[in-house]
Write a new protein. Structure first.
Length: 148
């Protein structure tokens, strides 16, 4: 099964974030419409729902393309993706006006101040999570699709 390996890589890459984001969307909708959480969730969820699965698929295609040239373990390759997603998310959030930089941290929705050390800790956790997701889930899907 050597036909269309990049298409299979894209499909293998989008499975994990698509399923996860459907669960997150369900939680967000429940919080917004059932528990009346006053945060404009629609503005927050658009970036992850639109771009993250596609970027996972493209990143997996990039992994497939890189493999003969320079082999990185798939977990390490996936752990590099937050270095692409974080600046994109930051630029989009500041451009839409619901994230501003303050002296003590970032300010979400002009109400919630998140200190910078929490953001650094969260980014480190994201690196670990992305490593594990790519090593075990995306690697498994790549193996199922015959491109591992």
């Amino acid at each position: 099964m050597n036909t269309h390996p990049y298409l299979r890589a894209y499909m293998g890459g989008i499975v994990a974030p698509t399923v996860f984001l459907l669960l997150v969307l369900t939680a967000f909708c429940t919080a917004r419409f059932v528990f009346q959480v006053p945060i404009p969730i629609e503005r927050v969820i658009v970036f992850p729902m639109a771009l993250v699965p596609s970027l996972f698929g493209l990143w997996n295609m990039f992994y497939l393309w890189l493999r003969p040239r320079r082999h990185l373990p798939i977990g390490l390759h996936g752990a590099l993706l937050p270095f692409v997603l974080a600046p994109l998310g930051f630029m989009l959030a500041t451009g839409l006006g619901f994230l501003t930089l303050g002296s003590n941290g970032v300010v979400w929705f002009e109400q919630l101040v998140v200190p910078y050390h929490y953001i650094a800790f969260g980014f480190a956790i994201a690196l670990i999570v992305y490593y594990l997701v790519w090593k075990y889930l995306v690697g498994f899907f790549n193996q199922m699709l015959g491109i591992a």
